[in-house]
Design a protein around this ligand. Structure first.
Ligand code: PAN
Ligand code: ZN
Length: 190
């Protein structure tokens, strides 16, 4: 009897679309990092100063379904990192530890060729190649940064806990213990 009078549960369309390249939806927020915002992260400061500070190095489209800092929620963002170099050092993201340092994250490659650089609290550095379909688990306590090692735009996606937070200060002050440079046409962590 009950079954006969029960209404169907609602079926909705998704609020967000990730069409493999773009994150689409009403609450998608875009942030942009220009060369001028990345002062101090590249080694060759002479070359850096000759470059256009207005040049866009990367932008991130993100969705924040809950308020920043909420325990248990998740965020997602797609990063579009341009090809280029400052001297022989590839264009890269600022890089950060999470403010709640034990919070982990997934990155996955969507388009282009990249290198995901990891550094733990002991300042040990390692890297993984990033390419369409590559999936990367970034454990808690590990700083992360991505460099574009190809000739085209690098697109990668990320999902991180809503209470991770971003600590950019440690990397701004001490950097990564190694730099990813193009040596004899190949990326090397030196
Ligand atoms: C990513 C990064 C994004 C940009 O969404 O925030 O790739 O890199 P920076 O934040 O280092 O400038 C992420 O790791 N979120 O936690
Ligand atoms: Zn992160």
């Amino acid at each position: 009897i009950n079954i006969l009078i029960m209404k169907d549960a609602k079926i909705f369309l998704p609020e967000l679309i990730f069409n493999g390249k773009k994150l689409i939806g009403k609450d998608v927020e875009k942030s942009t990092r220009k060369l001028g915002d990345l002062k101090g992260i590249f080694e060759d400061e002479v070359t850096f100063r000759l470059m256009d500070p207005e040049q866009v190095v990367y932008y991130v489209s993100s969705t924040f379904p809950v308020e920043e800092g909420t325990p248990g929620g998740l965020f997602m963002g797609i990063t579009y990192l341009m090809p280029g170099k400052v001297g022989n050092e590839y264009f890269m993201t600022k890089g950060h530890f999470h403010s709640n340092i034990d919070r982990a994250e997934f990155y996955w490659g969507v388009e282009g060729e990249g290198m995901l650089i990891f550094m733990n609290e002991k300042r040990e550095v390692w890297a993984e190649r990033m390419y369409p379909g590559s999936l990367h688990y970034i454990p808690g306590g590990v700083a992360h940064r991505v460099a574009n090692v190809g000739n085209d735009m690098l697109i990668f996606a990320a999902s991180w806990p809503s209470d991770a937070g971003h600590n950019y200060e440690t990397i701004a002050k001490y950097g990564f213990a190694r730099r990813l440079k193009e040596i004899d046409g190949k990326p090397k962590l030196i």
